[in-house]
Design a binder for this molecule. Structure first.
Ligand code: PMP
Length: 289
């Protein structure tokens, strides 16, 4: 079936799915987005993604031109129209077409776009053997610029860090915040395990409040692990027993080396394996959002 893309209430063939070159989403990265997954036809935590999208939009003073319910329904409709059960769903809301000036008051018609695709996870062997990461020199944006809690269309900050990772032969890179504390990776949240306790940077460390992060914290606490959200330094990563990343596309993926230091035994650890299994069960058996 040819892919169909939702734009402002209509479904278009991929080749016909177009928006204006004057859209400030393109000209200035002025807009917000979400990355969502469906498993066996069930959308994982759709309500949380819709809430985060509306919060991101509110933070940049962008009025999404439809209700939360209508947006959630449009996601389901697009998924069905594409005949996809296991999918990655991208929701984009742009500021809309305007003049060549920055002024958002001179734009009109914010565009709601929904794209679905087959999922592309990291290769399976990385889930078995783990990722290597390096710390990027590019820091996560200061909360008084675009707050990292806003999932905005401007990801250059993270793209620059990802390039640094790629230069070092790594698929992910660790980003610090403006104070030098650990924030997150370029597209994933970070967790470490130390003496059986799970630690992750707190939301005020300048991170995206990952929906996978939240699910993993809930799962881990329900399973009896202590989970501590706190300020973390690179020392905490370099000396951890285990490290893993969480994200909608990646789910949970182990990290076995950071900045040339092996983490723990240099292979995925038992806490990661346990939580990954629990997460796999949650996405297919857990409550619908
Ligand atoms: N941090 C950043 C910077 C991200 O872009 C993402 C999403 N890819 C995440 C963390 C993980 O968030 P989620 O679990 O909601 O996908």
């Amino acid at each position: 079936m040819a892919p169909k893309v939702y734009i402002a209430g209509k479904l278009y063939e991929k080749a016909d799915a177009k928006i204006s070159v004057f859209d400030h989403g393109l000209l200035y990265g002025d807009g917000v987005f979400e990355g969502i997954r469906s498993y066996s036809g069930r959308v994982f935590r759709l309500a949380s993604h819709v809430d985060r999208l509306f919060a991101s939009a509110a933070a940049i003073n962008l009025q999404i031109p439809m209700s939360r319910d209508a947006l959630a329904a449009a996601v389901i409709e697009t998924l069905k129209a594409n005949g996809l059960k296991d999918a990655y769903i991208r929701v984009v809301v742009t500021r809309g077409a305007g003049t060549l000036g920055l002024d958002p008051r001179k734009t009109s018609d914010p565009q709601v776009i929904i794209i679905t695709d087959a999922i592309s996870l990291y290769p399976e062997e990385l889930y078995e053997h783990g990722l290597k990461i390096v710390t990027a020199a590019t820091i996560r944006s200061h909360p008084n610029t675009v707050n990292p809690r806003v999932k905005s269309l401007n990801y250059l900050n993270n793209i620059l860090a990802k390039m640094e990772g790629a230069r070092a032969g790594c698929l992910e890179a660790l980003m610090l915040n403006h104070e030098g504390h650990v924030a997150e990776c370029t597209g994933d949240n970070v967790f470490v395990v130390r003496r059986g306790e799970i630690h992750t940077p707190s939301v005020d460390s300048g991170i995206l409040e990952g929906i996978t992060r939240e699910a993993v914290i809930e799962l881990a606490r329900a399973a009896g692990y202590a989970v501590i959200e706190r300020t973390m330094d690179r020392y905490d990563v370099h000396t951890a027993d285990e490290c893993f990343l969480t994200g909608t596309a990646a789910e949970l993926i182990p990290v076995v080396e950071c900045d040339d230091r092996p983490i723990g035994a240099g292979k995925p650890g038992p806490v990661f394996r346990d939580l990954r299994e629990r997460f796999k069960r949650l996405v297919v058996e857990g409550p619908e959002s």
